[in-house]
Design a protein around this ligand. Structure first.
Ligand code: 16G
Length: 245
């Protein structure tokens, strides 16, 4: 069955531009699960024929939904309904592991990859003496082609053999160096994205997000990592199991 038959044609009376009306129709179908998480959309030319619009109109509607985080594009595979990520809040996992577990392709855009001396703030958090060497990593983190989070990490100098040890995964590099954290403290709060952050994530200024601070420790209780993460609010559900005692 054609998608237009399944979810309804574009609102013919609407005054909004055509691509907007198509975007609204598809958004509605995603929200009421007529289009299910991870389901593939038909190719753009089929959608154009099906909804009797141009391919440019389809492209603009899909671009809008990719920007909203409701669709993702996978190179060579097409366009899919995004699955919100459910993240176990009580598990000490890495972004790369979380995404790989969902079959999503991880990539990072580097903003900073630098070596330096600990700042007074970092020295208090990491418990390092002034002047100690640290590594700083700032990244925009992507799953498939969707920007999911901004992360700013400071790693105690002893944790890594050097800057270049970190490729896509910080935790893989820490693990290879025998310094993967085994315990962490996290604090989370709701935020609205600033103009600069929104631009990096390709979302609207003032969109809701989750700010998470992580302090992670080694077996011997030394703090090895301090990370500030800003996760998109529309892409994540944090899930935790609670016990009565
Ligand atoms: C997660 C962690 C972050 C850690 C990163 C390592 C949260 C809120 N944050 O995003 O603290 O540095 O994973 O990921 O879970 P990587 O190994 O893929 O670089």
């Amino acid at each position: 069955m054609s998608l237009a038959k399944q979810i309804g044609a574009i609102d013919a009376q609407g005054r909004a531009p055509l691509y907007h009306r198509l975007q609204d129709r598809l958004r509605g179908a995603i929200e009421n699960h007529q289009l299910k998480p991870l389901e593939a959309l038909p190719p753009e030319r089929d959608l154009a024929a099906d909804f009797a619009v141009s391919r440019i109109t389809v492209r603009k509607a899909l671009d809008g939904l990719v920007g909203e985080g409701l669709l993702t594009r996978r190179q060579g595979a097409g366009t899919f309904v995004a699955g919100r990520v459910e993240k176990q809040f009580a598990k000490l996992t890495s972004f790369s592991e979380d995404m790989a577990a969902r079959g999503r392709v991880v990539r990072s855009e580097w903003l900073t990859k630098a070596e330096g001396s600990v700042t007074p703030d970092e020295s208090l958090t990491l418990g390092l003496s002034p002047g100690t060497r640290v590594y700083r990593f700032a990244r925009v983190r992507y799953a498939d082609d969707l920007a999911m989070a901004l992360e700013y990490s400071t790693i105690a100098g002893y944790g890594l053999p050097g800057l270049d040890a970190v490729d896509t995964s910080l935790y893989a590099a820490l693990e290879a160096a025998g310094n993967r954290p085994v315990r962490a403290l996290q604090r989370l709060r709701a935020v609205l994205f600033s103009a600069e952050q929104a631009q990096l994530l390709g979302i609207e200024v003032g969109a809701p997000g989750l700010f998470i601070e992580r302090r992670a420790f080694l077996e011997d209780a030394r703090t090895v990592e301090m990370t500030h993460s800003w996760y998109r609010g529309d892409a994540y559900d944090f899930v935790a199991e609670l016990n009565a005692s």
